[in-house]
Design a protein around this ligand. Structure first.
Ligand code: C2E
Ligand code: CA
Ligand code: CA
Ligand code: CA
Length: 279
């Protein structure tokens, strides 16, 4: 415990206690969140930096529960990963995302939908056959689905299972993208062993494009080109950022500049995203 002057230790432990209490509450409520229909999805466009088209929509999970109010995924996802509830929650997200794709909640002009998947889900029992049956139940071709996984899939202890599952998925025709690229454990040599279709450059590099961040983005684009995979820059908020990224050869762009996450992605949202594209 760190001391922050007189009484600092006590203050700090009270704060810690409050946080633990909140985490405990969240963990408890999360267990019922699927059956109480407390989740919803938000959709955000990913646009092409090379052609006038929307490439995809990313699905972002939203949760609000009566006793706590809205809780952001940055807070509750890691708790759901710890408790294991992420497996059931993840199935709900996949199922609802496929329903959105096939029912027109996501415009039929959008070719693919991108769903975030935690490592814990990826290595859970029969993950790829569960994905297969969800796709089938919606009559959705596998080529319309993208799964976004973070760099922690490259950690040594997961190496074999992860490689196996990713090959199963890509054999089915599902594209796998690496999320938050450049922020975590990144073993570039593993790009060779894994069927990866794109790198998503983390928004922290995009939002502060000074010399170092620019170098990291350029490096990521070079690596991706070498491996013949695409690059998606996230967190694009301004025209200036969009232009710079396009000039650096990034394949696709995502961020508030093109559209915020919204409960549906219809014709109106589509044309909004396209108007951002007239760079
Ligand atoms: P992520 O996958 O990196 O998603 C991008 C986050 O950046 C989203 O936050 C999105 O709303 C936000 N964002 C998009 N454009 C901009 C922009 O221009 N500026 C800024 N400042 N932010 C932007 P969100 O929705 O709060 O999600 C946070 C994280 O929670 C996600 O990061 C992802 O790691 C996780 N997450 C969300 N939904 C799911 C899910 O269904 N399953 C799993 N496993 N994780 C999820
Ligand atoms: Ca993502
Ligand atoms: Ca990301
Ligand atoms: Ca993130």
């Amino acid at each position: 415990i760190k001391r922050r002057g007189r009484g600092g230790a006590r203050y700090f432990s009270e704060e810690l206690f409050a946080e633990q209490k909140r985490n405990f509450l969240i963990a408890q409520r999360l267990k019922h969140a699927v059956s109480y229909r407390e989740f919803s999805l938000a959709f955000q466009p990913i646009v092409s930096a090379r052609a006038a088209q929307v490439d995809s929509c990313e699905v972002l999970l939203r949760w609000s529960t009566p006793s706590i109010g809205p809780v952001g995924p940055d807070e509750f996802i890691s708790i759901a990963e710890d408790t294991g509830d992420i497996v059931a929650i993840g199935e709900y997200v996949l199922d609802t995302a496929c329903a959105a794709m096939t029912s027109g909640i996501i415009s039929r002009a959008v070719p693919t939908v991108a769903v975030n998947v935690s490592l814990r889900q990826l290595v859970s029992q029969k993950f790829s056959s569960r994905v297969r049956s969800i796709l089938d139940s919606h009559g959705m071709p596998a080529s319309k689905l993208i799964l976004e996984v973070t760099e922690n899939i490259f950690e040594d202890r997961n190496r074999e299972v992860v490689a196996w599952v990713l090959h199963e998925l890509s054999d089915m025709g599902i594209a796998v993208h690496i999320d938050d690229f450049g922020t975590g454990y990144s073993s570039l040599s593993r790009l060779n062993e894994m069927p990866i279709a794109a790198l998503k450059i983390d928004k922290s590099f995009v939002q502060n494009m000074s010399k170092q961040e620019t170098a990291i983005i350029q490096g990521s684009v070079m690596i991706a080109d070498r491996f013949n995979i695409e690059t998606i820059a996230e967190g694009v908020e301004t025209l200036e950022q969009a232009r710079k990224l396009q000039a650096m050869g990034v394949t696709s762009l995502q961020g508030y500049f093109f559209g915020k996450p919204r409960p549906s992605f219809g014709a109106k949202e589509y044309s909004e995203a396209m108007s951002g594209l007239r760079l």
